[in-house]
Design a protein around this ligand. Sequence first.
Ligand code: NAP
Length: 242
Amino acid sequence: MKYALVTGGSRGIGRAVCIALAEEGYSVIINYVSNKDAAQEVKDIIESKGQSAELLAFNVADAQAVEEALNSWQEQHPEDYISVLVNNAGIRMDNVLVFMQDNQWNDVINTTLGGFYNVTKYLVKYMMTKRYGRIINMASLSGLKGLPGQTNYSAAKAALIGATKALAQEVAPRKVTVNAIAPGFIASDMTKDLDEKALKSMIPVGRFGKPEEVAAVVTFLASEKASYITGEVISVNGGLYT
Ligand code: NAP
């Protein structure tokens, strides 16, 4: 059995990624932080199609919680390892810098960048030992371009892109690839407060993207076909170039 862990797999893009990876034959580990019902729904959808999934709750920003959860998974699966990691968990807490609260800065950085560090550091050693792995980091257009009102989020996503490029070079000899995806506006809970009507006029394709359209790129990067792509950032943004 091949295992894939998707952080923030309970909703939005992560949910679509879980379902798509299960369709590719992975046993999917659905991580979430608080929304157990939504995570359970994803598990039920996957199992109703005869595929395999399990839940693993932890806060990616909490190093100790990550270690405990992954230790317990590893103890229950002593012969197995997680060969695909999708670092997808993320939050938005927008504010202009002049009014930014410390918690808005810290929570966004700790979830995106701290989450990447905590989960990847634990799992990459198994991938390196087994000489195969795929790490896919959910960055953002905001991390490429910088968006006003999002200095915290843009900084976190830009840092994630830097980490992607550096780690890709460290682990390439062990056949572990590390890539990032930079979605533009994707319809999910994260963007439901945005004015789609006003924003879509800026998007050449003329609409927000669907989580499934991001998940399709994840499954490709997770596949063996993508063996020669590493350290890359792939935009999925309907032509909304930076
Ligand atoms: P979403 O609908 O708000 O879902 C967020 C997911 O992350 C949920 O599953 C949530 O779990 C989980 N999560 C949040 N904080 C967590 C934590 N500390 N530990 C573990 N899980 C946590 O977001 P989305 O739109 O799907 O976005 C997914 C990723 O894509 C994020 O990294 C986001 O920054 C990025 N992105 C999104 C867009 C967009 O337009 N939507 C664009 C660019 C990039 P619970 O259900 O338990 O709360």
